[in-house]
Write a protein that binds this ligand. Structure first.
Ligand code: AMP
Ligand code: MG
Length: 424
């Protein structure tokens, strides 16, 4: 059996960052580009009307026509709506009724807003005449010119850009249907156990609700990765084999249960049969000793890391916190330390008892006090007691062989949650 430090070293040695992935644009929000987005067209792709009104020739708006009291009358020769493609040419003395978002016809080089039409002619359309009064006319007004925003071939989003809603919109405008990103790792989760039923079911005699599936999926999500819940596999070779085959397509596969030494602990054998090489099985810690870790090498893709987590819910989560988190950080391209929970030096406010040959991770409440951080060990019923763990903001790390520790002793703790900020 290896200890926690050696297990972490083996995980760091085995895990490798995922290569960038091309994903559909809509699926890329929150992710960082690994390749720039280069526009395939000018934007706007043509001269675009930015107001509802009349597309006119500037030549008609001489200095005289721009006097506050002057107005000019033009023939309305066409109606151009957004989406219309017209070969029409607007000549001096004429104009086209135009809507916002429509292409400005050839010959016209400004838009006079509908509000500038003299009363009574505001509804002027093709075949009518319109009288316009535009004292502050300037050539080119209310038109977005082709390429004003960006040009074909221009980099609109540089590699490294994090994609939020505006960047997604811009990439779409530039023709980026798919983008290359450092996508979050995909983590398949299989819970094993013939006794397991979903939370929706009132367990019959002998049945146990599946807490680990939702819990591990939540933990995966908290790490910024994407959980894929593959449901419950009974302790039978065939359903287990089928679920494992499916799960091995992900970047990581987490299984819970079936890794101890019982007759129905089929997970290590099923993983070996699927070609997953064992890196370690069993680590000196409490709870969580039966943990299994291995790797499936794939020819055309990054290796799949596989964790067989113990079935007892607290053991499962403690192993996730200690071992899966740093693995996920590496796979996501971050330093493993970033994935680890912060280790704090804390003073016990009440006694705690260790184990003779394994370090114990004991749920506790961490508090920031005027005299530094304190930890209060919580009443805890062991590896199945999720209620006890749910009240904890940290895990005391009680070293192997430490015996009984009195109040006031300084020990390490892993911080799971924000600190309670109270006086002692
Ligand atoms: P195992 O590791 O399969 O031997 O399971 C150890 C204990 O954890 C047994 O009492 C199981 O019923 C329980 N257990 C296993 N998987 C789950 C799960 N997904 N949710 C809740 N308890 C579980
Ligand atoms: Mg089991």
């Amino acid at each position: 059996m290896i200890d926690v430090t050696e297990a972490l070293r083996l995980i760091a040695e085995t895990a490798e960052p995922l290569p960038p992935r091309r994903v559909r644009l809509e699926a890329a929000v929150g992710q960082s580009l690994t390749a720039a987005v280069v526009a395939d067209i000018d934007s706007p792709p043509w001269d675009r009307a930015m107001m509802d009104g009349f597309a006119v020739c500037s030549a008609d708006f001489s200095a005289a026509a721009c006097e506050p009291t002057e107005s000019i009358e033009l023939d309305v020769v066409a109606d151009v709506a957004a989406g219309d493609a017209t070969g029409l040419v607007v000549r001096p003395g004429c104009c086209a009724r135009i809507m916002t978002g429509a292409p400005v016809p050839a010959g016209a080089d400004a838009v006079v807003p509908i509000e500038r039409a003299v009363a009574g002619t505001a509804a002027a359309h093709a075949g009518n005449r319109v009288r316009l009064q535009e004292p502050s006319f300037r050539a080119g007004q209310h038109i977005a010119r082709q390429g004003d925003s960006f040009r074909a071939g221009q980099t609109v989003l540089a590699a490294g850009t994090r994609l939020a809603a505006p960047q997604i919109g811009l990439a779409a405008e530039a023709g980026g249907q798919h983008v290359e990103v450092l996508a979050p790792p995909r983590v398949a989760v299989i819970t094993t156990g013939s006794e397991l039923v979903s939370a929706a079911v009132t367990p019959a005699y002998g049945q146990t609700r599946n807490s680990n599936g939702p819990m591990l999926a939540a933990a995966v999500r908290q790490c910024g990765a994407e959980p894929i819940l593959l449901g419950i596999a009974g302790d039978k070779p065939e359903p287990l084999r089928a679920a494992i085959t499916q799960g091995l397509a992900a970047d990581l596969l987490l299984l819970s249960g079936g890794v101890s030494a019982g007759d129905y602990d089929l997970v290590p054998g099923a993983l070996a049969a699927a070609g997953v090489a064992c890196v370690f099985h069993k680590v000196r810690l409490k709870p969580g000793k039966p943990i299994w870790f291995g790797v499936l090498q794939r020819s055309a893709a990054a290796p799949t890391l596989v964790f067989g987590l113990p079935g007892n819910p607290v053991s499962s989560l403690v192993c996730f916190e200690l071992f899966v988190r740093p693995a996920l950080a590496i796979v996501a391209g971050r330093p493993p330390a970033e994935g680890q929970r912060q280790t704090r030096s804390v003073r016990l406010v009440s006694p705690a008892k260790g184990n003779a040959d394994r370090p114990v991770y004991h749920p506790c409440t961490l508090r920031a006090t005027a005299k530094g951080l304190t930890a209060e060990p919580l009443p805890w019923g062991g590896s199945a007691d999720l209620l006890g763990l749910s009240r904890a903001s940290g895990l005391l790390v009680l070293p192997a062989g430490c015996g009984s520790l009195v109040a006031g002793t300084t020990v390490s703790a892993l911080q799971l949650d924000s600190l309670a900020d109270e006086a002692e």
